[in-house]
Design a protein around this ligand. Structure first.
Ligand SMILES: [Fe+2]
Length: 400
């Protein structure tokens, strides 16, 4: 069953207004928009005739859940044949030449993993695309070391599609742990390098191109805290549709973003958009987006400030949050732009260090992989974006 979406006049200042038409035309319009990206810093204002009547996004029941959702909706277990196949593949790799530092160089041999690849395609369809936009895979039996678990997650990421580089160093399997307990994100610390909680977000924020799936693998739970938090993008969207649709209209317009971790450039993109199925997607990590505006000297309007505060408040509202304490070996599969995720603050057993101590793995440790799927769902989530030239960015900085 689809929920009817409200209608209001969208006075969009976005660069590509045609992509903002009704949900029924969303797939066609978004596809067309992808081939018409421009280099305008300030998008052309739309005339009265160009103003679009936006029908909103459609909300599917399976993706519209809140805190009281049954955990069984997310939990899944690999069949024995898959677990045995993965173990047979991963264990020799871990016992061989691959180390924590070199494992990213491994290229998966699909011929040895037919059962696993088919299982992952099932998870995509049943949980990530047509289900709750998330799956929590139970630990693979007999994977005992952290390196084996890391390799299993990397293997599954590569089986799903292209396992993407996540920073300028080209790392594909990023370790999430606290490097320095004294530094905070307001000081420029990356989220995955801190122990802070809150800040519900999507990961697809520091590159404009959209990819589909994130795998977050628990390698070592924290001694205290570090509980994972999931929030449905559809539930947040529906909340504002009922209570404050002006927030959605504001989030539908462009904001400035930075390529944190990659380079010092900027791009523009909306926080809210619809995917090719006409469903709501969010690009959201407030601290990174605010940093881009601050660096450029571009202040938020009062409407933008209200929308940002409202989105923050709802994602931090416990009524919207499904919480799960991950065990070692559990893997979160996320349809990233349809699922806010975050964690509670955590306390480690040992002092934070710049390099993880694999000899004494007592501190909280997760692995993050980003996947551009090779399945039929490739490019299902596509947002407009605009990339300015350096000259245009300089002009904006000098004018503010
Ligand atoms: Fe994240």
């Amino acid at each position: 069953m689809m929920l009817g979406a409200g209608r209001w006049l969208l006075r969009s200042a976005a660069a590509l207004g045609s992509a903002r038409q009704g949900a029924a035309a969303a797939a066609r319009a978004l596809s067309a928009a992808a081939s018409r990206r421009t280099l305008f810093v300030t998008p052309p204002q739309q005339s009265e005739q160009q103003q679009q009547q936006w029908a909103g996004a459609k909300i599917v029941d399976s993706k519209n859940w809140k805190a009281n959702v049954d955990a069984s909706k997310f939990l899944c277990t690999a069949p024995d044949a898959v677990q045995e196949e993965l173990c047979a593949y991963v264990k020799p790799l871990a016992a061989g030449a691959l180390t924590h530092d070199t494992m990213d160089s491994h290229s998966v041999d699909r011929n040895q993993l037919k059962h696993t690849e088919a299982f992952l395609r099932d998870i995509e369809a049943s949980h990530l695309i047509n289900g709750p936009a998330a799956a929590i895979l139970q630990p693979i039996a007999n994977l005992n070391s952290i390196l084996e678990i890391r390799l299993a997650a990397l293997t599954m990421s590569q089986l799903m599609g292209e396992c993407l580089k996540q920073n300028a160093q080209g790392e594909r399997s990023i370790l999430v742990f606290d490097r320095d307990a004294t530094r905070q994100m307001v000081d420029g610390q990356r989220y995955h390098q801190s122990h802070e909680g809150g800040s519900l977000h999507t990961d697809n924020v520091n590159i404009p191109q959209c990819w589909e799936f994130m795998l977050l693998t628990c390698l070592q739970p924290a001694v205290e805290g570090g509980q994972s938090i999931l929030v449905s993008a559809s539930a947040v969207y529906e909340h504002f549709l009922r209570t404050d649709p002006q927030v959605l209209e504001t989030l539908w317009r462009d904001f400035w973003w930075e390529y944190r971790g990659f380079n010092d450039a900027f791009y523009r993109a909306p926080i809210l958009f619809t995917n090719k199925m006409g469903e709501p997607c969010f690009r959201w990590l407030r601290e990174y987006m605010e940093s881009a505006h601050k660096r450029l000297g571009v202040a938020f309007t009062s409407a933008q400030q209200h929308a940002l505060d409202a989105l923050t408040a709802v994602t931090l509202d416990p009524a919207f949050q499904f919480r799960h304490t991950f065990r070692q070996g559990e893997i979160l599969f996320a349809n990233d732009l349809q699922l806010f995720h975050g964690r509670t603050a955590f306390l480690d057993a040992a002092p934070a260090q710049p390099t993880y101590d694999f000899e004494h793995p007592v501190n909280r440790l997760m692995q993050r992989n980003w996947v551009k799927t090779a399945s039929v769902y490739r490019d299902i989530n596509q947002s407009d974006y605009t990339i300015p030239t350096r000259h245009q960015v300089t002009a904006i900085m000098q004018s503010n």
